[in-house]
Write a protein that binds this ligand. Structure first.
Ligand code: Z5A
Length: 208
């Protein structure tokens, strides 16, 4: 049986890094082989593309170039790492995936969603995560949390309207695909966020 593909999504300051470590621990404790990875990135080529995408100095990257680079990194990632891992019964836990493209490039940058769907079909050929945990919180709360970190990258430097559109796009995906995308209220204290995640993970681990 192929492994499960789990993705973690959310806006600024949602607590992805914190939650990812917790999820990794829970899955490994269940005795499951797990590969933890991220997008953009996850492969040597993908990490180079990530550097280009996040570098604030690259202020001249066109929106369409950004979109294509996201899918270029994803194609490499899927073929080099994700698909082989799933085929070998290894679970894959990925920090962001294609929902982020719909949210940031579709919502934030307002690129035609149909264009994103075409690239998704081309690159993924129907492959989607089995489970997506969407860490949701009001944009202002997230920015306040993220503000305590180091220099913002190219995406973290975007304005509040961009972030609101990005959040709405994520929530719209969750409304359309409630079986796959589970919304976690990450404005709650960390302990409550982790127990919301645990409930969903326990169900998945039992059904595996
Ligand atoms: N991107 C894109 O545009 N299109 C795509 O297709 C893909 C990505 C795949 C890099 O992603 C950028 O790529 C991303 C979108 C774009 N840009 N942004 N922004 P990334 O995932 O590497 O970057 P990130 O969003 O900055 O993720 P992060 O480092 O995981 O940050 P985080 O979600 O804010 O998590 P955190 O560091 O764990 O938490 C932030 C702070 O909040 C930290 O001090 C925590 O201690 C605190 N925290 C966490 N949870 C709580 C709770 N519950 N209460 C109180 N405080 C908390």
């Amino acid at each position: 049986m192929p492994g499960k593909f789990i993705t973690l999504e959310g806006g600024e300051g949602a607590g992805k890094t914190t939650c990812l470590k917790h999820i990794e621990k829970r899955i490994k404790e269940a005795g499951i082989d797990l590969c933890v990875t991220r997008e953009p990135g996850g492969t040597r080529t993908g990490e180079k593309i990530r550097e280009i995408l996040l570098d604030r100095g690259n202020f001249d990257i066109l929106d369409e170039t950004e979109l294509l680079l996201m899918f270029a990194a994803r194609s490499q990632h899927l073929n080099e790492l994700i698909k082989p891992a799933l085929a070998a019964d290894t679970w894959v836990l990925c920090d962001r995936f294609t929902d982020a493209t719909y949210a940031y490039q579709g919502g934030g940058r307002e690129i035609d969603v149909q264009r994103i769907a075409e690239l998704e079909q081309w690159v993924q050929q129907g492959l989607k995560p089995d489970l997506t945990l969407l860490l949701d919180l009001p944009v202002e709360v997230g920015l306040e949390r993220a503000g305590q970190r180091s220099t913002p990258d190219r995406f973290e430097s975007e304005n509040i309207a961009f972030m609101q559109r990005m959040r709405s796009s994520y929530l719209e995906i969750a409304r359309r695909e409630p079986d796959r995308v589970k919304v976690i209220d990450s404005s709650q204290p960390l302990e409550s966020v982790l127990s919301q995640i645990d409930r969903i993970l326990t169900e998945m681990l039992h059904s595996a």
